[in-house]
Write a protein that binds this ligand. Structure first.
Ligand code: BDP
Length: 745
């Protein structure tokens, strides 16, 4: 404040007639002071701008030489701006190129000599129309970026069949500049491999975010629809930049209120912000809504009154939101209502909703994350058992949304056995972007390698090469409807995701949803360049650090296929001792099954037989302790403490070794980051540095607590050189975290 006042005074003086007519020493001194303040102010602004709000769309100035090269190519912009999507593309290019190259391109109505950038569709841009480009195969959302010759001058063209496609292309071009790619001879064609690329917000109407670690919900329901936070537009920009085209606004543990008229007004207002960016809104629908807000006695999907209620509701929604995406439903899972409450099947429930949405072009995403209270079967098996019999019964605007992992988004899970087992039904992948089981927002864990591992896993459903990615993108079974969902890690924290590196998980989700064959490493590389700097002295070590971070977390939390050992309810920190309570499969002991003899969940043909839900070539491998990937050893097998693993160590020694290896990896991440301070603004560097310190402490805590606990079973000494846990098991067990963030309400 003081600074502004002083500046104001100095500036005023400069215009004072006395000073203006007598530019003596005093005047020069004032001028110099003024200049200094300006520089200082500019610096302050730069520092403030680096709080993470701008995500990967910072558009920070490139080095002079690189900028000059690009400027020659991108001197003037020929882009229509007659509707909101076209304006979004044009404004983004003006902003992006202006920021990166220090000068916004001139805007022109037609190509005017060299250095033209043409953006649009054949119908929106006569200049593009005249080029006669081959666009048909690009579909609705695809685009091409090409260097062409127009009247003897090289021009850059971003062309698509739709305005949204052109917007995606604009973001791609900006990505090329941001990551300093050559743009002299471009010939790129892109179209998404997956049709629905959707974020799932587990946001409650009171702004609490279930499993959210980045502050309150960004949806300010109370002030909607009248106040449209500018953040909504930036959210839409960020999503469009990575190709996300849908957002489910509310928690899967849904509140029926969102389907009432006042909330639908709010939904419509958000849809209005999203629409120009190619994003449709969806709602998580509570199956019992007809009873809760409709005054009916039942929500039986075959009851005509219930159907009429949903029909009227769908009509009401579409009157307000003509491009409404549809419903996401969590039914008969963890106490949520569903068709089974009325003696009906998942297919009956999903189809009833699908029928009322179909005339409007809406779809149903019906979740397969189910496990029942009555069936005390291995939880791993229940989704398959319940859903496979219904393959072929779902209407064609239903997708079944299958979690990454048959248990629950664990740090590392084998691919879900439903992938490949329901060829007549489009199966959506549901990844968790928020790190419920991976250290919340404070642990640096890049999820790209985990997504990649799962998408590339071979289901063998139709012989070798039947990857999960091919099931999900619909190509394996010829589905045109396909989708990937990600449980969002977005909140109202200034940096959106709770930590700077968690932004990379939002980013990689979008990029892989667009094209599941992309590599996690390449995506990390482009994200680092856009988010921090192109300097290889920074990019290389940081990408290495990110790529190793998932394995590190698996090692210090749940090595060798252990799973679900986190604190009860909130899932913060280690608690392998959790037992008792309402149901066995909400305890840790159910999952690790440690005894004096050994540890692990026997899911082999002689155990729960979950392995048999996989295609035979996969089942054989998982069933065999000598062939199962060691990362899943204790997922599928109960093994003696003294049995040998591939390294030649005993199982006990290997377990301890991996815990320590994970802690060591975090220590190395800290070292790497500490040495990179001159490449990063102090604000972001400091937060990452402090979060890594927390991660190291917590990794150590995971190791120590887990070893202290499992040693009571193995009874074996620690391998040589391994430090004993500094505290007693009783101490670790006594830790409580009643206010850990993100818990269910
Ligand atoms: C679990 C979460 C819980 C969710 C549930 C789900 O702990 O908060 O409601 O998944 O996906 O992982 O429905």
């Amino acid at each position: 404040m003081r600074l502004f006042r002083m500046l104001h005074t100095t500036a005023n003086r400069r215009h004072h007639p006395d000073t203006a007519t007598r530019p003596g020493r005093v005047g020069r001194w004032r001028l110099a002071t003024f200049a200094c303040w300006l520089v200082l102010l500019a610096c302050l602004q730069t520092v403030h701008a680096e709080d993470g709000y701008d995500l990967w769309l910072r558009y920070a100035p490139l080095e002079t030489q690189a900028a000059a090269g690009y400027r020659e190519r991108l001197g003037h912009l020929v882009a229509p701006a007659t509707n909101a999507t076209q304006r979004a593309a044009r404004d983004e290019l003006v902003r992006g190129i202006g920021g990166l190259l220090g000068k916004a391109p001139a805007q022109a109505d037609s190509v005017d000599g060299a250095g033209a950038l043409l953006v649009g569709t054949p119908s929106s841009s006569p200049a593009i129309g005249r080029l006669g480009l081959e666009l048909d195969a690009l579909g609705d959302e695809g685009y091409l970026i090409r260097t062409v010759d127009i009247g003897g001058n090289a021009a850059t063209v971003v062309a698509a069949n739709s305005d949204t496609g052109a917007l995606y292309g604009a973001f791609h071009l900006l990505r090329l500049l941001q990551s300093r790619q050559p743009i002299d001879a471009l010939d790129l064609r892109e179209s998404p491999k997956v049709r629905l690329r959707v974020l799932n917000h587990w946001d409650d109407l009171n702004r609490h975010v279930e499993r959210g670690y980045s502050g309150q919900s960004i949806w300010d329901w109370h002030r909607l629809p009248d106040w449209l936070d500018p953040r909504y537009t930036d959210y839409a920009r960020a999503n469009a930049s990575i190709g996300v085209n849908g957002t489910v606004l509310n928690n899967v543990n849904a509140n029926a209120q969102i389907l009432t008229a006042p909330y639908l007004e709010k939904v419509a207002a958000l849809a209005g912000v999203m629409r120009p960016y190619g994003i449709r809104v969806y709602i998580s629908a509570r199956f019992s809504a007809p009873m809760e807000i409709g005054g009916l006695e039942t929500a039986d999907p075959l009851d005509p009154a219930v159907r009429r209620w949903w029909q009227a509701k769908a009509d009401e929604i579409y009157a307000k939101v003509p491009d409404f995406g549809g419903f996401l439903v969590k039914a008969n899972s963890e106490g949520q209502p569903g068709p089974q409450d009325f003696g009906r099947s998942h297919a009956d429930g999903a189809n009833m909703l699908a029928e009322v949405l179909a005339p409007h072009g809406g779809i149903v995403m019906w979740r397969a994350f189910v496990y029942s209270d009555e069936e005390p079967d291995d939880r791993h098996k229940q989704a398959y058992t319940e859903f496979v019999p219904h393959d072929g019964e779902f209407r064609d605007n239903v997708l079944v949304q299958v979690k990454n992992g048959a248990i629950d988004f664990q740090p590392r899970e084998p691919f879900h056995p439903l992938f490949g087992a329901m060829p007549k039904t489009p199966l959506m992948m549901e990844f968790q972007i928020t790190k419920e089981y991976l250290g919340f927002a404070t642990h640096l864990v890049y999820l790209g390698p985990m997504y990649e591992e799962v998408l590339r896993a071979d289901t063998h459903a139709k012989g070798p090469g039947s990857t999960v990615a091919k099931v999900v993108d619909g190509s394996l079974d010829g589905h045109t409807l396909s989708g990937i969902a990600g449980v969002a890690n977005i909140g109202s924290d200034r940096n959106w995701s709770g930590s700077h590196f968690d932004q990379a998980n939002w980013y990689v989700f979008g990029r892989m949803a667009w094209d599941p064959s992309l590599e996690a490493r390449a995506i990390a590389d482009e994200w680092v360049r856009m988010t921090f700097t192109n300097d290889p002295a920074f990019v290389e070590p940081v990408v290495e650090m990110m790529m190793a971070s998932h394995q590190a977390a698996v090692d210090y939390m749940t090595p060798l296929g252990l799973h679900h050992l986190m604190g009860r309810g909130h899932h913060y920190g280690p608690a392998p001792w959790v037992e008792g309570g309402p149901r066995a499969d909400w305890t840790s002991v159910y999952f690790h099954r440690a005894t004096k003899e050994g540890i692990g969940f026997d899911r082999t043909t002689s155990g729960s037989d979950a392995v048999s839900q996989y295609a035979p070539p996969v089942a054989e491998v998982f069933n065999d302790p000598a062939r199962v990937p060691e990362d899943f050893l204790l997922w599928f097998h109960h093994r003696p403490w003294t049995s040998r693993v591939a390294s030649g160590r005993t199982l006990w020694d290997e377990l301890v070794h991996r815990y320590s290896r994970g802690v060591g990896a975090v220590a190395r991440m800290r070292d790497t980051w500490a040495g990179l301070d001159r490449h990063v603004d102090p604000e972001r560097h400091h937060q990452v540095e402090r979060f890594l310190a927390i991660q190291q402490q917590e990794a150590q805590w995971w190791r120590d607590a887990s070893i202290a606990y499992f040693q009571t079973f193995s009874g074996l000494p620690l391998p040589e050189g391994e430090a004993p846990p500094p505290e007693s098991l009783e101490y670790y067990k006594s830790l409580e975290f009643p206010h850990a963030p993100g818990d269910t309400q």
